[in-house]
Design a protein around this ligand. Structure first.
Ligand SMILES: NC(=O)c1ccc[n+]([C@@H]2O[C@H](COP(=O)([O-])OP(=O)(O)OC[C@H]3O[C@@H](n4cnc5c(N)ncnc54)[C@H](O)[C@@H]3O)[C@@H](O)[C@H]2O)c1
Length: 517
């Protein structure tokens, strides 16, 4: 069996667009969704917190139970029981359960895309791609787990047999962000489960509805209730899971400050904890696109604009900076400015929308704060933006000093900064000076330049002569270096290794007599 990416929907087809709008209408009739806390066989709903539509904040999308630190402890306890049962199942059986969950998401894909449109203001193409990526993670890790289960070939010698197998670690705490509300929690949870661990999922507070749908699909597919808990809630629940001595693996995706705090807290190893915790942390970025003097600007301009402003710049892979050769800097800025001014800012539910609102008020304020810091550096913006919803105008800035916070900190919104550089070596020095190293881009027509610059850049994922977002499971294993991450590539062949421990058995096969009973 080989892996193939789930095909995205062809949104240029009118009947398909109509089906998506129908799915949205039908979802709207059911809002607000109720998202319970699921621990063991127990389901608790009731007063908690709400997720709202970023484009119309008075619309409540989901009402979720709010887990407490005590609930986190109960979930880990149940997961310990669940681990015993789930890890005892053959890998092939677990893989089959994950494949059934993928099928369940596939059946519900229109509805799940509609949910992201409402809950996270994800425009249709990105919402659909997110559902496809979630399906991909389930299927890819199911296959990878079978491969891992075979163990590795190691050196043999006469008179002994050596085997190397991988065993699941135990309870995995999965702590997820909101910006890929189905795909990212799905990827981390699927990896933990595929490798035989139990999982306790703490989704982002902004997107409990999507996480609820994921957990439903996994339970319906056959993951035992004890082996997968859902804890809707805020940061303190995540922190309680990180501290819990019964947790073995922490799979986190989110911002660098939270990731670094998790790395620090999880290194505490109290006497009653018989293992050292393993942390997989995928964090933020400050992603640069390098443009050489010989670049094809007809390719570079749309590639950069889509990478910087698609989903309002709220992908971890989004372009935040352009480092352009000074010989063409003025031309590129002029062309980017023209492209930015005509960007369509609007509701995620409208098919023509290129830039939706940002996720919440705090994000809107953050983007506007950085825009103010840019001062006279602002060269273009798509304005005005709608009053209702957390819209932030897509903005292009240029010529800011290298040490400006706009150039060095992750903004996570629709703001792109252009800096002229002497040449690509200078550009590589700038990239090298940043604490982040997630994605990067390079536009150049010289194969020698591509080879030289690619070898120099520390980023985890470099895209050449194309946009820098949209990594595909299996094709572009994804993850950053430096302060952008300490995990090994989601959707790649090394990922599951983080959720298992290797065990080697060496057996003396020289028999000295046979026991007779
Ligand atoms: N590298 C990647 O693959 C990748 C992918 C997506 C998003 N991101 C990054 O995620 C960020 C956006 O997501 P976000 O706003 O949800 O991030 P965030 O760090 O604010 O929150 C992520 C998760 O951590 C939880 N959390 C908060 N404080 C915690 C604590 N002290 N202990 C444990 N858990 C805690 C949150 O409740 C949430 O579930 C951006 O920085 C983006 O670059 C990275």
């Amino acid at each position: 069996m080989s892996f193939r990416n789930e095909p995205i929907l062809e949104l240029r087809r009118a009947p398909l667009r109509e089906s998506l709008l129908e799915a949205l209408r039908s979802l709207d009739e059911r809002l607000p969704l109720s998202v319970p806390m699921l621990v063991g066989g127990d389901s608790a709903s009731g007063a908690g917190f709400e997720s709202t539509d970023p484009g119309r904040p008075q619309r409540v999308v989901a009402e979720a139970a709010r887990a407490t630190e005590a609930d986190a402890a109960a979930a880990v306890e149940a997961a310990q029981r669940g681990f015993r049962e789930w890890s005892a199942r053959p890998a092939a059986e677990r893989a089959e359960v994950l494949r059934r969950a993928a099928a369940r998401l596939r059946e519900r894909r229109l509805e799940l895309a509609a949910l992201q449109v409402r809950e996270c203001a994800k425009p249709w193409p990105e919402a659909d791609a997110d559902v496809c990526e979630a399906i991909d993670f389930l299927e890819y890790y199911a296959l990878e787990a079978l491969e891992l289960d075979r163990g590795r070939d190691i050196v043999q010698a006469p008179g002994e047999r050596n085997t190397m197998r991988y065993a699941p670690r135990g309870v995995a705490a999965v702590i997820a962000p909101w910006n890929f509300p189905l795909a990212i929690p799905c990827g981390m949870t699927a990896a933990a489960l595929a490798a035989g661990n139990a999982a306790v999922l703490k989704p982002a507070e902004q997107s409990p509805g999507s996480a609820g749908a994921l957990v439903d699909a996994l339970h319906e597919a056959g993951v035992p209730a004890d082996a997968l808990a859902l804890l809707p809630g805020f940061g303190e629940v995540g922190a309680a899971l990180v501290r819990d001595p019964r947790v073995h693996v922490i799979a986190f995706t989110g911002s660098a400050p939270v990731g670094l705090e998790i790395v620090r807290a999880s290194s505490e190893t109290p006497d009653r904890q018989p293992h050292v915790k393993r942390v997989v942390a995928e964090m933020g970025g400050k992603n640069c696109v390098l443009v050489d003097a010989d670049a094809d600007l007809d390719e570079a301009v749309p590639g950069i604009v889509h990478s910087a402003f698609g989903y309002a710049g709220q992908k971890c892979s989004a372009a935040a900076r352009v480092l352009v050769h000074e010989a063409i800097a003025d031309t590129l800025v002029e062309r980017l400015a023209g492209a930015v001014e005509v960007l369509r800012v609007g509701q995620a539910s409208e098919f023509a929308t290129e830039v939706p609102p940002v996720i919440e008020r705090e994000a809107q304020e953050r983007v506007l704060r950085y825009r103010d810091l840019a001062g006279d550096g602002v060269v273009a913006a798509a304005e005005p933006v709608p009053d209702e919803g957390w819209f932030a105008p897509p903005t292009l800035v240029s010529g800011l000093p290298e040490d400006s916070p706009v150039n060095r900190e992750e903004i996570f919104g629709p703001l792109l900064s252009v800096t002229a550089v002497r040449d690509l070596d200078h550009a590589a020095e700038v990239v090298d000076s940043l604490p982040f190293a997630l994605t990067g881009g390079l536009f150049s027509r010289s194969p020698a330049t591509v080879e030289r610059v690619a070898a120099r850049l520390p980023v985890g994922n470099l895209y050449v002569n194309r946009g820098i977002t949209g990594a595909m499971v299996g094709r572009q294993p994804f993850g950053g270096n430096r302060r952008s991450g300490i995990g090994s590539k989601a959707g790649g062949p090394d990922y599951l290794l983080q959720f298992v421990e290797p065990r080697v058995v060496t057996e003396n096969t020289m028999r000295h007599g046979i026991p007779v009973e």
